[in-house]
Ligand binder design. Structure first.
Ligand SMILES: [Zn+2]
Length: 390
């Protein structure tokens, strides 16, 4: 492909493909030559969730010849509000299988390469090497830093997108094309627990659709070599105001990965990097107990207060019997409802909101407060398989 300085001979198109792609072929910016380029292209989608769904669906429909999918999750009911690669009958199935089936139905000419794994330091370099463009549809910081770094080293465009409640953003990280990388913008990951994910904060269902399609559009333009790409520009979208804004981005010459004298030249331990395992934390560590320890305590009729800090609708879906609901946002004003001498075990969906709750409780002098590690999710997975998951 031209964008990598490698010229691949473009494959020809069958009669069926000519008919299928006729609306592309009519446009002089694409025509047969561009459509053959799309067919020759290889795109890696990291994740088949909110962003990966629209991106992969439209890239497949547009005739991108080979789409690699990386995922290891199963389809859950709460995914279906936005992850349209998967349907109701796919709940409980592997996302990779469900996504591959759907994409083959959308366009049987597309070669699907399913990678059943977590995108991690051990496999990222080899995976990225096999593709021309990477679409980062991940929802966590370790994966974002990893896909950024590996793409910088491999000189592959990393088409970035992220969503949060009603806000989304997208850009193309490609220092080899003149723009910055993710680390130029965010040299340090946020403090753990300060940026909630979609499962904690919620997301408007259509939002990843819009952002994922911006990612698909940029990918197609890069493959075709047309238009002005988002390299060097961050596009922000506010769904409530229905406004797109953009900011110019610059490469940081001091960047440890894409700067003039890089100090990071191979994959690191991204979980540790983002968990700040190496940083000496000033704050008191949050004390946690496992779901198994909690089960033992409850079986021994140990006197504990089970404090659930999720929202009422979540409590409605699933809860541990006997738990008291005080949503995190109300906790500060309702501390009087809790006993200071009492052992308190705080819980939420996955353990991140409740970690904040324990921090708040400890500061307020509730010395016997603990976080339930892994939250209600862990309870459902490890203790009570009949519990509804969301
Ligand atoms: Zn950089």
């Amino acid at each position: 492909m031209s964008m990598n300085g490698v010229t691949t001979p473009t494959p020809s198109l069958s009669k069926e493909e000519l008919a299928r792609y006729s609306r592309h072929l009519l446009m002089p910016e694409i025509n047969t030559q561009g459509q053959r380029r799309l067919k020759a292209a290889r795109v890696l989608c990291i994740g088949t969730g909110g962003l990966g769904s629209p991106a992969a669906l439209y890239l497949g429909a547009a005739g991108v010849g080979t789409i690699g999918l990386v995922d290891f999750d199963e389809v859950e009911l709460s995914n279906l509000q936005r992850q349209l690669l998967h349907g109701t009958r796919d709940v409980g199935r592997s996302k990779l299988e469900s996504a591959s089936d759907r994409l083959r139905d959308v366009n049987p000419h597309v070669e699907i390469e399913a990678h059943d794994c977590r995108f991690c330091s051990e496999n990222a370099t080899n995976l990225v090497a096999r593709y021309d463009v990477v679409v980062d549809g991940s929802d966590n910081f370790p994966t974002r830093y990893l896909s950024n770094d590996v793409c910088v080293w491999a000189r592959k465009p990393n088409v970035y997108g992220s969503v949060y409640r009603f806000d989304g953003q997208s850009t193309v990280f490609a220092p080899h094309l003149g723009g910055p990388c993710y680390r130029c913008l965010f040299p340090d990951p946020p403090e753990p627990g300060t940026v909630p994910n979609c499962a904690e904060a919620g997301v408007l269902g259509v939002l990843p659709g819009i952002v994922g399609l911006v990612q698909a559009t940029e990918t197609i333009k890069l493959i075709l070599g047309i238009g002005d790409s988002l390299v060097g520009r961050l596009l922000q979208f506010d769904a409530l105001k229905m406004k797109f804004r953009e900011f110019n981005l610059r490469r940081d010459a001091q960047c440890p990965v894409c700067g003039d004298s890089p100090t990071i030249t191979e994959p690191i331990d991204y979980e540790a990097f983002c968990g700040r395992a190496d940083a000496a934390e000033e704050a008191k560590p949050i004390r946690a107990i496992s779901v198994h320890d909690l089960k033992r305590k409850l079986a021994q009729a140990h006197s504990v207060t089970l404090l659930d800090v999720r929202e009422p609708f979540e409590y409605e879906i699933a809860r541990i019997e006997g738990s008291k609901l005080i949503p995190l946002s109300e906790l500060k004003g309702r501390l009087g409802e809790l006993g200071r001498e009492q052992e308190i075990i705080a819980m939420c969906k996955s353990g991140s909101r409740s970690a904040n709750a324990v921090q708040l409780l400890q500061k307020a002098g509730f010395t016997q407060s603990f976080n339930l590690a892994g939250g209600i999710d862990a309870w459902a997975n490890e203790i009570d398989p009949t519990m509804e998951k969301y």
